[in-house]
Design a protein. Structure first.
Length: 371
């Protein structure tokens, strides 16, 4: 048996007819850049998130960047986020000219620790970006309370959390804006690059719509210096097809996570993911923690079980962010967990037989290393 880390081909086979028709429709209508297929998806995804507006853009990175720009964040400002995220969260802050300020994460969820936010706020702080890592929403109520008290914006990085919930609120719906990536491997993935911002704020919606289209609301009447950050028509059409399956795929991920939990219960040396009672985890990734992570990953690969690491180096320790002078030891929880994470195979089409094979392989690898 061979178990891939994710399997986009099997998923495509299950929806091939509808996908091919959707792509063909876009070509027939030559609606390649933005246009009616993107508009349709925007309406559907806004409804899915329980939010008034959705603006389709070119990637999750652009979604974060445009949300920050739309809220007026720029040089001299500080934005609080977490170090254990994909670099894009910090890059978006840097690309506005602002400075990312990190706070450590919670031991169990690996999401922003709200108790540490207050101390990171300075007169320059303008916004907080909690990242809903691995598919579980951050502890949003205390984060929203702090933001209200201190007059800060909240932008949710929901790139890994399509459909996740916090006390019945959908990911992306609690902050001033929610940002999504539709990178192909995401729970809702395009067949190329795509992303979106969701918001209930009509003024922010208007501004981001213009910013993503060279700062224009009317062709060649440019009110702002914007960018070309439009979503492709083909991606919009594909995302509409895939959105219809998302709830079912999420339930399949949750079922698979339950099987893993059951099988990992009696495995010493493994810290399994923890699902908080405050919400619904959508298991974009199923990240366990083990000592000697790299050797375990190699041993599993030899058994044709393919894993990932999300992410091996916290953002403050990346070469790109050396200039912040944040040394090792600055964020102990994020650093320790980053050195131990192994993302096991996780996708809707996985089944019990394959999960049993993965866990058996993991147990054998741990036992071999203990010798
Ligand atoms: C937490 C997080 N933020 C931002 C991004 C950036 O999204 P994209 O790759 O679509 O630009 C990703 C995607 O990898 C992500 O996982």
């Amino acid at each position: 048996m061979k178990v891939l880390f994710m399997d986009l081909k099997t998923q495509y086979e299950s929806i091939k007819g509808d996908i091919n028709t959707a792509i063909n429709n876009v070509i027939e209508k030559t609606a390649f850049a933005s246009g009616p297929f993107v508009k349709k998806f925007e309406e559907e995804f806004a409804a899915f998130c329980g939010i008034k507006q959705c603006i389709g853009v070119g990637s999750g990175t652009e979604a974060l960047w445009l949300a920050l720009l739309g809220l007026g964040i720029g040089p001299g400002d500080e934005v609080i986020t977490v170090p254990n995220t994909f670099i894009a969260t910090a890059e978006a802050i840097s690309f506005c000219g602002a400075k990312p300020v990190f706070v450590d994460v919670d031991e169990k969820t690996y999401n922003m620790n709200p108790a540490l936010v207050d101390a990171a706020i300075t007169p320059k702080t303008k916004a907080i970006i909690p990242v809903h890592l691995f598919g579980q929403m951050a502890d949003m109520n205390p984060i929203m309370e702090i933001s209200k008290k201190r007059g800060l914006f909240v932008i949710e990085d929901a790139s890994q959390a399509h459909g996740a919930e916090y006390k019945k609120n959908k990911a992306g719906s609690m902050g001033d804006a929610g940002c999504f990536s539709f990178y192909p491997g995401k729970n809702l993935g395009a067949y190329g690059e795509a992303g979106a911002v969701v918001t209930n704020d009509e003024e922010l919606d208007r501004k981001i719509r213009m910013l993503r289209d060279h700062g224009q609301a009317k062709k060649y009447h440019h009110s702002y210096i914007g960018w070309n950050a439009r979503m492709d028509g083909i991606q919009g059409a594909i995302l509409s097809v895939k959105l219809k399956h998302l709830e079912k795929w999420t339930e399949a991920r949750r079922r698979n996570a339950k099987i893993y939990d059951e099988l990992l219960q009696d495995v010493p040396g493994v810290i399994a993911p923890w699902e908080s009672a405050h919400g619904k985890h959508v298991y974009h990734l199923f990240a366990i923690r083990v000592a000697e992570r790299d050797r375990i990953i190699s041993a599993l690969a030899e058994k044709e079980i393919f894993c990932g690491i999300h992410y091996p180096i916290p953002v403050h320790l990346l070469d790109a962010y050396k200039f912040l002078n944040l040394r090792k030891g600055s964020f102990p929880v994020a650093e320790k967990s980053a050195s131990e994470f192994v993302s096991l195979p996780m996708f809707p089409e996985l089944n019990r037989e394959k999960i049993e094979f993965v866990v058996r392989g993991l147990k054998e690898s741990l036992a071999a290393l203990a010798k």
